[in-house]
Design a protein around this ligand. Structure first.
Ligand code: SAM
Length: 178
């Protein structure tokens, strides 16, 4: 069980980035994303992707992060550019009962103390989406991103155009060639 805890979401400014955090969590092998601020529209858009593209993925918004981190019965890894190095930390992190915390703007000091591990994906500032993607990809040995999510909509790899199989129609639909 892997949960991604997204802190500091501002519905008016962070919709796009938080959606990307959620979709990245789903595509790279997390089971749930929890968002610290209530945002029904964010929930709807992520649920829509799950409904079409499959996977057993849940989104919860309005989650009180302090309580969630404190009561987590596994390991809490906070991703931050100031943390210990990913390659050194990774062999000691189990991927069951794992909470991965990512921030938005400034993360409260308390998070660094509550987390069991503060881990950096390089020590340069970049993005919560990039940090999460690299962390999960390494944790899962590169395999999660290629798994079959058994969705109603399936994309068939195509070197030129778009091939989409819609389970309702039961046949492949060819998109415009680029
Ligand atoms: N000063 C912040 C920090 O502590 O990493 C950068 C804020 S950044 C806009 C938003 C989030 O991206 C951070 O809270 C952190 O979760 C993630 N992040 C950015 N760069 C990172 C890095 N090099 N390693 C791990 N996480 C990073």
């Amino acid at each position: 069980m892997i949960v991604v805890m997204r802190l500091g979401h501002r519905p008016d400014r962070d919709q796009r980035v938080t959606t990307h955090v959620a979709l990245t969590a789903r595509a790279l092998g997390a089971d749930e994303v929890w968002v610290s601020t209530k945002d029904p529209s964010l929930e709807r858009s992520v649920k829509g992707v799950v409904e079409r593209f499959g996977g057993d993925f849940t989104i919860k918004t309005g989650v009180e992060w302090r309580k969630a981190i404190r009561s987590w019965d596994g390991t809490v890894v906070h991703l931050t550019m100031y943390g210990e190095s990913l390659s050194e930390a990774l062999p000691t992190i189990a991927d069951d009962r794992l909470m991965v915390v990512v921030g938005a703007e400034k993360v409260p000091r308390e998070v660094y103390e509550l987390a069991h591990r503060n881990v950096s994906v390089g020590n340069q500032p970049h993005s919560e989406v990039a940090a999460l993607a690299i962390f999960l990809d390494r944790l899962k040995g590169g395999k999660a991103v290629e798994r079959d999510m058994k969705g109603r909509m399936r994309i068939v790899p195509n070197p030129r155009g778009k091939t989409v199989v819609d389970g309702r129609e039961g046949k492949a639909r060819e998109g415009a060639k680029r």
